[in-house]
Design a protein around this ligand. Sequence first.
Ligand code: NDP
Length: 294
Amino acid sequence: MTARVIDGKATAAALRERIAGEVVRFRDAHGRAPGLAVVLVGDDPASTVYVRSKGKATLEAGMESFEHKLPADTGEKELLELVDRLNDDPAVDGILIQLPLPRHIDADKVLTRIDPDKDVDGFHPLNAGRLAVGLDGFVACTPLGCLKLLRAERGDLSGLNAVVIGRSNIVGKPMAQLLLAESCTVTIAHSRTHDLPAVVRGADIVVAAVGRPEMVKGDWLKPDATVIDVGINRIEAEEDGKGRLVGDVDFASASVVAGAISPVPGGVGPMTIACLIRNTLVSAARRHGFSLPE
Ligand code: NDP
């Protein structure tokens, strides 16, 4: 058996096209485009690439992109003042602080300073709480993107056994909450889980968000399971020593057993950016009482 490859690139492109259409309607109604402010402190190469692709996607959707690139030695007070200004700026609907921040800045302090109604990354504790109790808020973009891929692949998820590997605040925990809200039976696994392969073997849906290259093997999977690979790991290829990206799932062995699997790259990554654009549009729409289709 060979698994269907879940095409995150195509799903993300379709979502971005729908958003661009709604942005035109929004602009016609309100005389301005939704705006996303992205703040980068320092010059971490991976963060610089992420910020560039977020800015590009924002502009491609017809939205305003406000990039704030600050030197690595920017003080915490200065950054908090910038967040305050962005909170007060009516042209800014979404605020994203690119992580990681330099060590001398308390990331929690900065993230909780963002107006929760502009927190399009969904990292503010108020939004995590809203998700947990089923209120409207912002859901972190990566788990939201995973859920959209799962819905497109499986339709109704209710009653399915889901195993989320990883319990971080930005991926694992919100992913588990989303699956619970879909009426899955959810298990959250982590580094202390006993006999992880046996836990994974019971799952109809596996979401791997670990940060360990190719950890999940094909013989851990229930035949026909749907596998979403969140991991982004850079490894050196044995053949030519060149760097390449792999996920947390061993694609070669998993794709023989799974029913469907998202690849790395081209799976969850593009959905994360599409969901950021979506959350920015949703923020603008909420602020103006502008209705969006489901
Ligand atoms: P974290 O490091 O914050 O969390 C990793 C989780 O994996 C922890 O809960 C940890 O458990 C668990 N874990 C570590 N080792 C094992 C193990 N051997 N067995 C079982 N569980 C283990 O990572 P993130 O959640 O931030 O990211 C996870 C991966 O997703 C990374 O590769 C990251 O690059 C990628 N990512 C991809 C995104 C995308 O857009 N595609 C966006 C965000 C992240 P414990 O809590 O016990 O330590």
